[in-house]
Design a protein around this ligand. Sequence first.
Ligand code: COA
Length: 321
Amino acid sequence: MKAKIIGTGCQLPAYTADNEYLSTLVETSDEWITERTGIRMRHLVQEETTTSLAAGAAGKALAAAGMQAEEVELLIVATITGDTETPSTACRVQAELGAVNAVAFDINAACSGFLYAVHIADAFIRSGVYKNALLIGAETLSKLVDWTDRGTCVLFGDGAGAAVVAAAERGGVVAQSIGSNGSKWEVLSCAARPVRNPVRRDEEPCGYLRMDGQEVFKFAVKTVPLCIEDALEKAGMHPEEITYYLLHQANKRIIQSVAKRLKQPEEKFPMNIDRCANTSAASLPILLAQMDAEGKLHPGDKLVLSGFGAGLTWGACVLEW
Ligand code: COA
């Protein structure tokens, strides 16, 4: 038995900010952002929360799968921007949905989080521990971003995507390649709140996202093709057999570079980065849900999902729709 996606959904905040608007906040331009990243606009939360976006996306995924919330056995939320330090976002989503029988927990693997969630769910399903799982990537990155830092604030957006996976004999996850390199953690990080206890008083302000953009870029264009090739080799498949490559939406130029490296046409690499920017762990499930809703995915299609992010972390998953 393997984990097979049987329903998807996504939820984006109502408010959108275009590049022109950002150029009123920091010294930047629509031209610079579009040319260097492919981003034209991003959704930002006003009333919404990480939990409400996650629950919205999850509700749609359950409806698409024809499942009741009480049937969910495993509920994983991949996020770095929960609404509370504790409890987990997964527990709060469980309460919102009424998924009373689920084991619920969060994972932190930054932008690779959804792939890590698939990895965990597939292992549980293959081993027979659970028969299904609700996997959610949900972020409100806008609260981690320093809105005076043009090097990062133009890149990120808020949103959530979800997928229901269930045990299936045919189709589903065929092979994965996944990894982490903690020695490079400083390349992309966000400090936790400072220690202020009776015996120590850290003076640093609350942390914001800090990134060495060029290092991340180099890491991504090198590592993503390698892990996709590794996953394809494990699957016994050639790049040509893949219908679509869904890559983490961080930068259009990274996606184009991966397409070139794999010698595959760019049309096989769908993008929503122009509208959604980088939504971290939510990026892949949002793209997947949008393609599903547009009727672009058909039974038997072979997909590769691949991403990278803080940690450093990365992953690729070959699956049959
Ligand atoms: N608007 C205008 N100018 C900007 C800018 C902005 N928003 N951000 C940076 N610049 C400036 C820099 O200050 C620099 O100016 P200088 O030459 O006077 O010093 C110049 O643009 C070039 O900066 P550089 O960092 O070399 O640009 P780049 O081509 O590497 O693009 C990124 C920057 C961040 C878009 C790119 O490195 C990137 O996408 N990296 C990967 C980031 C990522 O994916 N992060 C998430 C991982 S999950």
